[in-house]
Design a protein around this ligand. Structure first.
Ligand code: ADP
Ligand code: ADP
Length: 226
């Protein structure tokens, strides 16, 4: 079964604006799909519907075989990272990473253990007690990725995560993301304006047309690894 399935999905906002129209797509477990397309074509709106932040006004959307009914289960299965993912400035790195676990029934020790595991995964275990302002932009992005991964989501949504980073930091995070994607056997959906980034990272690139979001074509990319 697909992890995400969209059939004739559309979104008309309360002000009457149609941001997304007739999206049909099916995403299999383990895929890394990038969405590219001009500003305003509805990429973020599609992600917000997949994450459950907003609901579609037309069509059917299923995540992990559920049509949005089991919200609690879904929220643990979906992690997100945004370009400006905000860390709580007064909380240490590890306390920021533990945030999503606070809605689960875990002991302090279990929370700490899971947080330390993902901090290690993103190479920041020595910075657990640092405050966000003591870190560089790339390190803060790694903390955001760790926070998105800590509840072990099956699906990771990333909305222009590296858009604000310099080229060198971006490249190192790209390879780190691929390593994490492989080792965690996750499905990743990724929004970017950068076509090179999309082609480098993804197993499939969904190209969207201007205007109310339509996926014009979907291109399979050969795996970048042997
Ligand atoms: P993208 O991520 O591709 O840049 P978005 O999904 O953010 O595009 O937005 C698609 C369109 O929907 C844009 O024209 C945007 O202005 C509009 N839009 C987004 N959110 C709302 C909203 N809450 N109400 C009305 N229009 C919105
Ligand atoms: P904890 O789980 O340890 O309570 P918090 O993040 O809630 O973590 O709070 C940590 C410390 O930061 C507390 O001393 C709290 O009073 C302080 N704090 C909480 N919110 C803010 C804020 N908005 N600005 C500055 N300090 C805050």
């Amino acid at each position: 079964t697909p992890i995400v399935s969209m059939h004739q999905v559309g979104k008309v906002f309360p002000n009457g604006y149609t941001a997304v129209e007739n999206v049909n797509t099916s995403i299999k477990e383990g895929e890394f799909v990038s969405f590219v397309g001009p500003s305003g074509c509805g990429k973020s709106t599609i992600f917000k519907m997949i994450s459950g932040l907003i609901s579609p006004s037309e069509g059917e959307l299923e995540i992990l075989g559920e049509s949005g009914s089991d919200q609690q289960q879904q929220s643990n299965d979906v992690g997100f990272v945004f370009q400006d993912s905000t860390l709580l400035p007064w909380r240490s790195v590890i306390k920021n990473v533990m945030l999503p676990l606070e809605f689960q029934n875990l002991s302090k020790a279990e929370m700490k253990e899971q947080a330390e595991e993902v901090l290690e995964l993103v190479g920041l275990k020595d910075y657990a007690e640092a405050l966000p302002r003591q870190l560089s932009g790339g390190m803060r992005m790694r903390v955001s990725i760790a926070r998105a991964l800590v509840a072990k989501p099956k699906l990771l949504l990333m909305d222009e995560p590296f858009g604000a980073l310099d080229e060198i930091t971006r490249q190192s995070l790209q390879s780190e993301l691929l390593r994490i994607w492989e080792s965690q056997k996750m499905t990743v959906l990724f929004i970017t304006h950068n076509v090179f980034e999309a082609v480098y990272l993804s197993t499939r690139v969904a190209v969207m047309t201007p205007g109310p979001g339509k996926i014009a074509s979907s291109v399979d990319i050969p795996m970048p690894f042997p």
